[in-house]
Design a protein. Sequence first.
Length: 186
Amino acid sequence: MKLRILYLIFCIGLLFPVVGKAQLLAVKTDALKLAVMTPNLGLEVVSSDKTSLGVDVFGNYKPWGKDMKMLCVQPELRYWFNGRPMVREYIGLSALGATYDITWGKHVYQGEAFGLGLTFGYVLDIAKRWNIEFYGGFGPVFYSQKQYYVGDNYEDYETEGISEDNAKGYSLLPTKLGISISYILK
């Protein structure tokens, strides 16, 4: 999974030189993720008169002392209805790649998730270079994970020394939900 995330970051990185001549580049962070102790950082670059391309990276390690580790990458292509990117309403198409290891009560979940989402948002221009963005999105999220109870015999989930995922599937979930604060670089 970690190689897949690195590959996704590499592919997104290849796109930035193509759109590197864009006039606007924004650095952002999601206040709702910070409130739940999930550090995050996003970059968004204008790719045309009505589109922008962004990527968010976020994760956490033992928030509130809970046994939880997560790392996610989420690229997104946005179409701006206003005719000017990074202002007012937009619709976006995003992808999601995540790896996680969560102990929740007596349950343990270790795995990977991939998804697609449709995002709707609105951006308020609050100062010359500062914006506040409100957004929500949903879509299918596919997961493959090892799911067991704390204290289980872990070898029961291995075949010839290789651990196997015992839970696979998908769910329709919120893929993006937040309030971001962004600073526009020129």
